[in-house]
Write a protein of this length. Structure first.
Length: 378
């Protein structure tokens, strides 16, 4: 059996302890054994979200949480603002349009970093009272400053897609006053796909409109979870795994997770540049989720990823939309260490050489370790 290496920004590798918990015999989801796990997992989610508000949990991908944040907050025809600078900003647009909303785009080029003051001015001009945005845009490697964005838009409701950022980069829901934060299990939370989460600020509940979804009805889910129950049959095995993964994060400490991801990003960027490749994602510590590089001239980007996968068992992420074939993405959120980054860089270097690219050889891994060894200033 050939060893496989996964370096996508989701799904991400899952620790053996999490897999072991998921393999335990099935129990009834209304029984006392599972209720204890459910209660603990919900409490640990509040710690990772850094909120005292209840975190709603659904059996869905992260997009399910996004769907819920539109179907529970809006009514048909309502004007909303969407900040878009990549594939997942465009997903916000698609969801909002499907629900019949008047979508005011605040559009940036893919790879640009949204500016909080510009966004605030555009929101004020639009008259929208809800803004949907993406914290970590994995299609480009950009992590936006949602703290500044919330401060700039003020009392306007800010909904943040933190599907790939939660647990990887700082996000302080309550302290920053963010109204709704969404995430998923298959990124930095080190679980398989299948769980979606939504943190909803307490002040929103009184004036929520009638939910336009049955399964994703926030009120129905909240009522059940207040009794440590689920509105519908929960993903029992996934929640068991999530409980273990959240415990691992708690034991190590969130700040330690943030520092590790910063150092992994530094290592990946240093190795990419050492090969003589050009970064597409920002060359700073905000790029702690995924490192994005341009495919060098003379190399077919699609063939590069196929070669990595089929010849060396290494899976990286391709470009999306208009960037397909032009970039490749190395994910490093969740259960990764510097040796994983070294393996990814070595594989890229070897494959590019085999495909005839003119790159600097033999220095990427060394530079990566040097960058990783630099401690993060507190």
């Amino acid at each position: 059996m050939e060893k496989r290496y996964l370096f996508t920004p989701g799904p991400t590798p899952v620790p053996p302890a999490v897999l072991a918990a998921m393999a335990e015999p099935m129990v009834h989801h209304r029984g006392p054994d599972f209720r204890l796990v459910y209660e603990r997992a919900l409490s640990r989610l509040q710690e990772v979200f850094r909120t005292r508000s209840q975190v709603l949990l659904f059996a869905a991908s992260g997009t399910g949480a996004m769907d819920s944040a539109v179907s529970n907050l809006t009514v048909p025809g309502q004007r909303v603002a969407v900040v878009t600078a990549g594939a997942f900003g465009e997903r916000w647009v698609a969801i909002c349009e499907q629900y019949g909303l008047d979508v005011q785009r605040i559009a940036y080029e893919w790879g640009e970093i949204p500016n909080a003051d510009e966004v605030a001015s555009a929101v004020a001009e639009s008259g929208a009272q809800i803004v949907y945005c993406t914290h970590s845009e994995t299609s480009t490697g950009v992590v936006s400053d949602v703290q500044s964005l919330k401060a700039a838009v003020g009392d306007v409701v800010l909904v943040v897609d933190a599907i790939s950022s939660l647990g990887a980069v700082p996000l302080d829901t309550d302290a920053w006053g963010i109204d709704v934060v969404l995430s998923g299990s298959q990124k930095a939370l080190m679980c398989p796909p299948g769980l979606a989460m939504a943190s909803v600020a307490d002040h929103l509940w009184e004036n929520l409109p009638q939910a336009r979804a049955f399964y994703f009805d926030w009120r129905r889910t909240r009522k059940a979870q207040e009794a440590f129950d689920a509105a519908f049959t929960p993903a029992v095995s996934l929640i068991r795994g999530l409980d273990v993964a959240l415990g691992m994060i708690a034991d190590a400490g969130l700040e330690a997770a943030f520092e590790r991801h910063t150092r992994l990003g530094r290592a990946a960027r240093a190795g990419i540049k050492a090969m003589g490749l050009e970064l597409f994602s920002p060359d700073d510590d905000s790029s702690s989720v995924v490192t994005v590089a341009r495919v060098p001239d003379g190399v077919d980007g699609i063939e590069l990823l196929r070669h990595l996968r089929d010849r060396h068992g290494v899976t990286l992420a391709p470009g999306q939309g208009g960037l397909k074939g032009k970039i490749f993405r190395i994910g490093h959120i969740g259960w990764f260490d510097v040796f994983d980054i070294a393996a990814a860089l070595a594989a890229v270097e070897l494959s590019l050489t085999e495909l005839g690219a003119d790159i600097e050889r033999g220095v990427a891994v060394t530079r990566a370790f040097e960058a990783y060894e630099q401690r993060v200033a507190v």
